[in-house]
Design a protein around this ligand. Structure first.
Ligand SMILES: C[S@@+](CC[C@H](N)C(=O)[O-])C[C@H]1O[C@@H](n2cnc3c(N)ncnc32)[C@H](O)[C@@H]1O
Length: 252
């Protein structure tokens, strides 16, 4: 498990709660007020999230021929190229299924989410003594509590479309990636004849899920100074990878 104090930005302190470090105040809830966003903070969803909700959601977004959950984990691992000892941040980790896969690959993993109930479930899922631990943190994806360049790999799957301010979230992800570090994102993308704005205007108020235009994410990553920005589209989803230029002076 990574040593959180080495990664936290100066002045960031929180309270240990139910097995995770809570850096948000009691009244702070950045998960948003639209229906799909509220579900993420509910008590029931985390219980069925990993085995039912998320696999079904993947099918809706990517179609019957899209990658399974195991396939998604492989894609994330390919994009992030995790070596043993790499510091890995899983932004909006939910119940931590990707965080645990990164820990299994040898990463020193921090899982960050804003939902207390998702994090409590992630901690329960973590209680497998054979698995290297993940450090869980409650904080906002739009105000990451970490020092600049503190992670070798940053993942954010199935969450950017729920976050109110995409550009701030992507800028934060770009800020915390170390030189030579990798980023992997999974989010929605508009397909077909309708402009993204039209699909978004219909889908978002009902579900909380934003439909991104084809270049919104890739442009935001490039604007954050990342290079080698690559995209793979699957149904209404896009997997996007990128890298911060340079090499990490701390690497062996
Ligand atoms: C659909 S789940 C994705 C979980 C996991 N990444 C996965 O792929 O299965 C979306 C997660 O985003 C989190 N989330 C939404 N808005 C957030 C924000 N502003 N900051 C941190 N987490 C947020 C929710 O609490 C929820 O756990």
């Amino acid at each position: 498990m990574p040593a959180l104090p080495d990664l936290l930005a100066p002045g960031r302190a929180g309270e240990e709660r139910d097995g995770y470090l809570d850096l948000l105040g009691a009244g702070e809830d950045p998960t948003g007020s639209l229906p799909g966003q509220r579900l993420m903070a509910s008590r029931v969803l985390p219980l069925i999230y990993e085995r039912l909700w998320r696999p079904l959601g993947g099918r809706v977004l990517m179609g019957a021929l899209g990658p399974s959950m195991a396939g998604e984990r492989r894609i994330a691992l390919d994009m992030l190229e995790i070596s043993p000892g790499d510091r890995v941040l899983d932004v909006a980790c939910g119940t931590g299924s990707f965080s645990r896969a990164f820990a299994d690959a040898g990463g020193e993993v921090v899982g960050l989410d804003a939902s207390r109930t998702m994090l409590a479930q992630a901690v329960r899922e973590e209680k497998n003594p054979a698995r290297p631990g993940v450090a869980y943190v409650r904080a906002s994806a739009t105000d990451l509590p970490f020092r600049d360049g503190s992670f070798d790999a940053v993942c954010c799957f199935a969450a950017l479309y729920l976050i109110e301010d995409l550009l701030v979230a992507v800028a934060e992800i770009a800020r915390v990636v170390a030189p030579g570090g990798r980023v992997a994102l999974l989010s929605s993308v508009a397909r077909g004849p309708l402009p993204a704005g039209v699909s978004d205007a219909v889908v978002r108020p009902l579900t909380g899920v934003r439909i991104f235009g084809r270049d919104d994410l890739t442009r935001a990553l490039a604007d954050g100074g990342l290079v080698d920005v690559r995209r793979r589209v699957s149904g209404l989803a896009q997997f996007v990878s990128a890298r911060r230029p340079g090499s990490n002076p701390a690497a062996p």
